[in-house]
Design a binder for this molecule. Sequence first.
Ligand SMILES: NC(=O)c1ccc[n+]([C@@H]2O[C@H](COP(=O)([O-])OP(=O)(O)OC[C@H]3O[C@@H](n4cnc5c(N)ncnc54)[C@H](OP(=O)(O)O)[C@@H]3O)[C@@H](O)[C@H]2O)c1
Length: 282
Amino acid sequence: MEFNWENEVIFVTGASSGLGKALALMAGELNATVISIARNEEVLKEVTNEINGSGGSGYYYCFDLENISQIPEFYKEIVQEVGKTPTILINNVGYQVAGFVQNTPVEVYNKNYRVNTLAPIALIQCALPDMINHNKGVIANVMSSIMYHAFPGVSSYCASKCALGAIHESLKTELSGTNVKTLRIRPGSFKSNYWENTDVDGRISDFKLPAGNGLRDPSFVATKICEAIERGDSEINLSTLKDKIGYHLSYWAPGTLDKIIADKNRNFVKKYPDKKTAMANY
Ligand SMILES: NC(=O)c1ccc[n+]([C@@H]2O[C@H](COP(=O)([O-])OP(=O)(O)OC[C@H]3O[C@@H](n4cnc5c(N)ncnc54)[C@H](OP(=O)(O)O)[C@@H]3O)[C@@H](O)[C@H]2O)c1
């Protein structure tokens, strides 16, 4: 059967910024029913108005996804109000934490996992029974190239995304034989508020943002994701050439890659000796 976005109900987390916002707007343009989830009400309202003005059907829900125990109730509320269950769930929410293992409080890891890893699991557990009942669905998880190799200064983020990747792998094979598909998204680097939203937890005094110049627009990534959904792909990998080289090095010459990263990190710490942590732009 030909894919028709008008039949799709798409839940997008992190829809107030960057990739999530671009995905919500694009799905709206394609006339899908779009449920946008994030905390910033003002932006979610704007996104939803735009969707409703462009032929789609938009709804928004302000929710802090850190509150994982409230997710089942939250999901029920959405389904009741919208009167539809999701056919596509995009677990896009995610933020980065900067800090060395030695001085990143465990609570900072805990919060980062709740948002980046546990909230996606909780949403999958809510949506999956409905998708299986309707014999149709796509569960898409947004990963990162750090799954190729974890970097210093961002262990919490790396671990949270690796864990999500492992859960995705298990789910993919658990769903084999059903009509519910999984889509693993490696979006590569793109322009967003990701760096501004990095939680430095007070440990970096003059956190330097990598220049956004030359990075892709999130709407490019969103287009590729929508095309992958239409084709029924299970994987989309927009990682940069540098990331891909890193991946091959980590497989074939892990010692060399470790050395390159460790040297870069040492140089960074030498250059900024006052910092208690390092966040190099690899
Ligand atoms: N940008 C990149 O180069 C890049 C590369 C690889 C992977 N990624 C991944 O791509 C995904 C999207 O990131 P982005 O770059 O578009 O970042 P972004 O611009 O910072 O957007 C993050 C979104 O997550 C929402 N969010 C954060 N914490 C939340 C919470 N506790 N509860 C609910 N919503 C929350 C934010 O909305 P509110 O603040 O309104 O809640 C925002 O809508 C993330 O999973 C990220 O790890 C990004």
